[in-house]
Design a protein around this ligand. Sequence first.
Ligand code: URA
Length: 269
Amino acid sequence: MISKEERAAELYEVIRACRLCALAETRTHAVPGEGPLDAEVMCIGEAPGLNEDRQGRPFVGAAGQFLTELLAEAGLRRDEVYICNVLKCRPPGNRDPLPGEIAACAEYLDLQIDLVDPLVIVTLGRFSMARWFPQQTISRIHGKPKVVDGRYIVPMYHPAAALHQGALRQVLVEDFRNLRGVIARARRGEFQDAGAPAAVSAAPEPREAPGPGPGTRADGPAASPTAVAAPEQQGRTSDARRPAEARRPDREAPAPEEPRQISFFDQDL
Ligand code: URA
């Protein structure tokens, strides 16, 4: 059976070669994401910035430094968290992602979530928040966990927002401190909302929501949605630390597996 590592390697290779939208013309490196494939916590940012584009790694600039500090507030080391972005390529000038670009990248993120299958997803900023909370504003729901598809989704301000608006720094610190408790609940198999507003599980059409974002935005290519086929979701059958299916009653139990290949290579990428 194809291993998680092999799936990830294949996915990263596809992302690095992706030409589904015009950001492929301007990027230096695509930035698939990084972190352990059995991470309990996944952080999803917006898009690579200048440093990430140069290095091909997520959150390596000032916002990344602050993210590392915030994770420590939650009792996490950066290297135990899976970190990725809504967009895998840098929008020129760090402008906001365009709807077509988000659509083009959406299935890559779906595949990463399926692969890592985290207990807790932390969205960083409004673009990753909009995937689960399309009608919400970050100022209303930041820090409030919501159970979606058997895991916690926790919307947070983007760390870069605090670099521009000092007052948000303490808000982020508090929210990440509270994340400790959310992770502890998830580890105990307790998945209960703490009064957050309704969420959806389908990927929404992105919306213009007020809130912090790195952008100064202008141009942008149209993109067609990807047709990358999603592999079957893998359950955490081998993870003795976290018998996930037992702890997530609303998730599908893992199917008895046939060996299966990812079908990326059918695609005209
Ligand atoms: N901002 C993001 O949203 N992602 C990164 O990787 C870096 C900065």
